[in-house]
Design a protein around this ligand. Structure first.
Ligand code: ACO
Length: 701
């Protein structure tokens, strides 16, 4: 337990994470709500714990029975004879707090509350009371409203899900109970091995961050897969330390889906672009469907590829072409030295087989053909990863192919990534199970095998990123001074020249600019700074849409034109907006180049987020923008600008391209005022070979 500055109890997250050990590896478990009625949840949980072979002490708590499922019962938690590490609570909601207090008195350090009927139905106060108790006593608390969890290394199935989960290295964390339980069943059918399945429930206490950080140091877990609908606290989530691959399957990506997620778990789902930013920034991988997410999780248990060259081995042309397409779409490189391939692979196939990548051992290739081709692919250092495809035929039993692949792979001690797709009927399904049982990722779809392999390459790139220690940069005094002045005037927005003053202080690259209250002053500024050609814009706190009232004139070339246009603008604007108080004009040098946008606003869960993309009219039409959560450093800024679909334009496609250094400078500079403003909009930020220039500047406080 920790105390905050006001002396209030706050969660000690480090202690909670450490206490998760008591949850997953307890020496003793109490099941409160254990019942002898098989239809009850409390019976099913106890049954799972007993039948799954848990080796620690089990204490069912039941006031009426002396024994359930052959295990002696106790009338209360405090009546149990020894210390207790971990409690499963499955009593009706009004009893839960009392039971948790008893657990605290017994020094229990881990608990899962299965009971529903808390924040998900609006009972936030009741749930907070459980959280407060857990914080006060350093209890790592899962739930409420969960189906429990399974941890195969300790043979502990503290859930009312299926028994006999296949053991493996994936920790699967699910925010949805029903989906979690059903996917447990699905993984068992596919023989995909799990180290753990955790149902998060309402996440009153333990959430994704704590579990990821616990599993980071758990040698029984090599990959973490999370089904997520929404994050409770985005800022806290951004502090998650990632040491192992994390694959996220996030739903609620559409507006309607987000609404459905909000009513399902009560969590805010938020904008998918912001979640994408958060996942990218943290170095988490994304699965689009549950089969694809599991394909990635399985592939991520494979060895890291030593290079980029992938080889496809197939018995069918069509499936080989599909795999080639998928590799191309995913950006996976196929090995291309056809002379070398002919030399190495010709002996593995009949004359009519193909040694071009995909290696086609043909429909008549047989077990031996596969075995030989896989052996060569695994033995040769020039091949860095292998995709094996098989279309079921009457000539060759897929189970034979699977066994051949397993034998070859084990013989070389799993030396490089290898994924398999088998397409066919019953026997192909069996073959897939054999492969998965032997920790070789096998799927029914080419797309998934390729996505799995792609995840391995993505993880390799993530691991190679230089570590950046970033914190939100401080705002310069000059910027704060301007913001404070505007605030004191009771305004919520800065005028353009005020925004420019703030941006300039932060280091946002500017074109030549000035603010003038008369035609003479405008001419003086333009001549002194050699600003022509110039854009002139009206300045008034009463005018938002300047061009609508004739308040924007572009391309002013000299002093005479400046004087004439100044007078013309004043006259037109006075006519169109007679009540507006005109303060003067903004002058800004005309700049040519590619129009980009840099924005910043506050996300309800993640706080300030910076946006970058194509600007001007493209923003609305193409919406080709990407985000990063503040704070982020140079490496992330680089990745952000490399993430937009139009990145080729930035690289200089049939044109002069972008000045990336100054875009990065802008993305870093705007973060300085993240804590002090509500919204920032630089649209356009025009970029050309000489630099980038904030041509329009808007700040809302
Ligand atoms: N101390 C000890 N035992 C107690 C206490 C107590 N304070 N209070 C009740 N009990 C006993 C009861 O006597 C009963 O035992 P018995 O069968 O021998 O009489 C047992 O605990 C269970 O209590 P019941 O009142 O029978 O409650 P029931 O089992 O019907 O429901 C439950 C309890 C399952 C926790 C229910 O309230 C609930 O929340 N169900 C939803 C669970 C759920 O769906 N969670 C989300 C999963 S995610 C998904 O969607 C799949």
């Amino acid at each position: 337990m920790s105390l905050d500055a006001a002396g209030e109890v706050v969660a000690d997250v480090k202690v909670k994470i450490a206490n998760l050990k008591k949850v997953f590896n307890p020496k003793s478990v109490v099941v409160v709500g254990a019942s002898s009625e098989p239809a009850k949840v409390g019976y099913q949980v106890l049954n799972n714990i007993v039948k799954n072979g848990f080796k620690g002490k089990i204490y069912p708590v039941n006031k009426k029975s002396t024994e359930i499922l052959g295990v002696p019962c106790f009338p209360s938690v405090t009546a149990c004879p020894t210390d207790i590490d971990f409690a499963v609570i499955a009593v009706p909601a009004p009893m839960v707090e009392g039971v948790l207090k008893e657990c605290a008195a017994k020094n229990v350090k881990g608990a899962v509350i299965i009971t529903s009927g808390f924040s998900e139905i609006g009972k936030k106060k009741e749930e907070q009371a459980l959280k407060d108790l857990a914080d006060k006593h350093d209890i790592a608390l899962l739930g409420p409203n969960t189906f429990g969890f399974v941890y195969t290394p300790s043979n502990l199935n503290a859930s009312f899900g299926p028994q006999n989960v296949t053991a493996g290295k994936i920790a699967f964390i699910s925010q949805s109970g029903a989906l979690g339980i059903s996917l447990m069943g699905w993984t068992m059918m596919e023989k995909i091995g799990l180290a753990s399945v955790v149902s998060l429930g309402n996440k009153a206490d333990i959430g994704e961050k704590e579990l990821i950080e616990y599993f980071n140091d758990d040698p029984n877990v090599s990959v973490i897969l999370i089904y997520m609908e929404g994050i409770k606290d985005g800022r806290q989530f951004m502090t998650t330390k990632i040491k192992k691959p994390v694959v996220i399957l996030k739903s609620g990506t559409s507006t309607r889906g987000a609404q459905a997620a909000a009513s399902h778990t009560g969590s805010l789902s938020g904008s998918d672009k912001i979640y994408t930013a958060a996942f990218n920034q943290l170095g988490m991988l994304r699965g689009r469907t549950f089969t694809q997410a599991f394909a990635s999780a399985c592939a991520l248990s494979m060895p890291e590829p030593k290079g980029d060259d992938t080889l496809i081995i197939t018995n069918g042309g069509g499936i080989g072409v599909s795999a080639t397409d998928e590799c191309d779409n995913a950006g996976l490189k196929l090995f291309e030295d056809h002379v070398w391939l002919e030399e190495k692979f010709r002996p593995t196939m009949p004359e009519f087989g193909s040694t071009k990548n995909p290696i086609d051992v043909t429909g008549g290739g047989g077990r031996e053909g596969y075995q030989k081709a896989v052996r060569v692919a695994l033995a040769e250092d020039r091949i860095h990863s292998v995709i094996v495809l098989y279309c079921e035929t009457a000539v060759l039993d897929p189970v034979e192919v699977a066994r051949a692949v397993v034998d070859e792979y084990n013989a070389v001690k799993r030396n490089k990534p290898l994924v398999v797709t088998m397409v066919g009927g019953e026997r192909s399904r069996q073959a897939i199970q054999i492969l998965n049982e032997n920790q070789i990722p096998a799927m029914t779809e080419v797309r998934e095998a390729v996505a799995g392999l792609k995840s391995l390459y993505q993880w390799k790139e993530i691991c190679a990123r230089p570590k950046e220690k970033v914190k939100t940069p401080e705002a310069p005094a000059k910027a704060l001074e301007v913001i404070e002045r505007v605030r004191k005037e009771g305004r919520t927005f800065l005028l353009e020249h005020e925004s420019r003053e703030v941006f300039e202080a932060c280091g946002v690259p500017m074109p030549k600019w000035g603010f003038a209250t008369s035609a003479d002053e405008a001419v003086k500024i333009a001549e002194k700074t050699q600003m022509y050609p110039v854009a002139m814009k009206i300045t008034s706190v009463d005018i938002i849409h300047k061009s609508d009232v004739g308040g924007v004139i572009l391309n002013i070339k000299n002093a005479d034109e400046m004087r004439a246009k100044f007078d013309q603008m004043m006259e037109t604007v006075k006519k169109n907006a007679p009540n507006a108080k005109l303060l003067g004009v903004n002058l800004c040098q005309m700049v040519d180049g590619l129009q980009c946008i840099v924005g910043m606003n506050k996300d309800p869960q993640f706080g300030p987020a910076v946006m970058f993309g194509l600007g001007g009219i493209f923003v609305e039409v193409l919406k080709d923008v990407s985000f990063r959560i503040v704070p982020f450093g140079e490496g992330e800024a680089k990745r952000l600008i490399g993430e937009i679909k139009a990145k080729k334009l930035l690289d200089g496609y049939r044109g002069q391209g972008a000045h990336k250094e100054s875009i990065i400078k802008t993305l870093l500079a705007v973060q300085k005022i993240a804590e002090h403003v509500k919204e920032v909009d630089i649209n356009p930020l025009i970029t050309n070979k000489d630099g980038s220039f904030a041509v329009d500047a808007r700040i809302i406080i």
